[in-house]
Design a protein around this ligand. Sequence first.
Ligand code: WQD
Length: 337
Amino acid sequence: MPEKETVLLTGGAGYIGSHIAVDLIDSGYNVVIADNFDNSSPEVIDRIEEITGVRPILYEIDVTNEEDLRQLFKENQIDSVIHLAGLKAVGESVELPLKYYSNNLNATLNLLKIMEEFGVNKIVFSSSATVYGVPETVPLTEDMPTSCTNPYGWTKLMGEQILTDAAKANEDLSVILLRYFNPVGAHKSGLIGEKPNGIPNNLMPYICDVAKGKRDHLSVFGNDYPTKDGTGVRDYIHILDLSSGHLKALEYAQDQKGVSVFNLGTGTGYSVLDIVNAFEKANNIKIPYEFTPRREGDVAECYADPKKALEILDWQAVHSLEEMCQDSWNWTQKTNS
Ligand code: WQD
């Protein structure tokens, strides 16, 4: 990494972004965060400073605002971008598709326009395993067919396409597409973590709500899937592993041109009941649950073949399922109470 390279982290106050910000600062990067706090809060910036001893430069802006973004690039010598900012609730995207297409696609288009104006040629894009749609087979490799079952997923796949075409038209542009599987867990300090607004959509935050007594039981969405115990199987990855994958991708972007796509997963699928059992064992807490009908849009199994990221980025997940459960609970007890 060039000495003190400056990275723009859009959505850097969010769950994933804040962990990447900590990693970047700890690794010697200058970090500029652009966040509109739509799904995060300013106190996260304080927590990043508390963990690292360094306060990232913050712009409370919307990445879809061309003038605000241009001003950020004018005031900072940005060397590369990690683009996370975007709306991410699958269910909400089905109810409000135009909001999702407008926000997520315009953010990416605007960012690419301003990057070109300022000659910034390296971007790491937050994509998602959701671009694989209903997997025909698992584990998933990066060359498998993509299709989406919801507008949120389409904004990720369309984002990949926009970046791919931009790189075809600009030989200097280096694009890394990272397809996240299911990020869970929190920083070991318990100072940053997942803090969903309202009722959690995702499994681990909901389990944590049950563990702290905020909800009396977990609804397991379907136990009639063609899986080992009938419940949905996913590739849960510790947020610290997901974060380290971004730093490896950033390093790789320094030298590569064109577009590269990588799965960020562990390669192991766990069922909902596996997660419940692991959480109970790791934290010695009972998690009552009831089976309910399947959730609309859910797939039976989705987990990664992470071989390409190991071979090319020299990256692999190292944190265990037990740690994912312990660190999620530690964060819930300490901060997200
Ligand atoms: C995991 C499993 C549910 C909650 C979503 C997005 C994806 C990505 C990650 C953004 C499934 C089951 C869940 C509950 C349950 N987000 N479940 N009871 O749906 O795999 O992925 O988050 O990029 O795009 O789609 O994650 O945590 O919602 O569900 O039984 O209260 O847990 O059916 O099998 P999912 P999830």
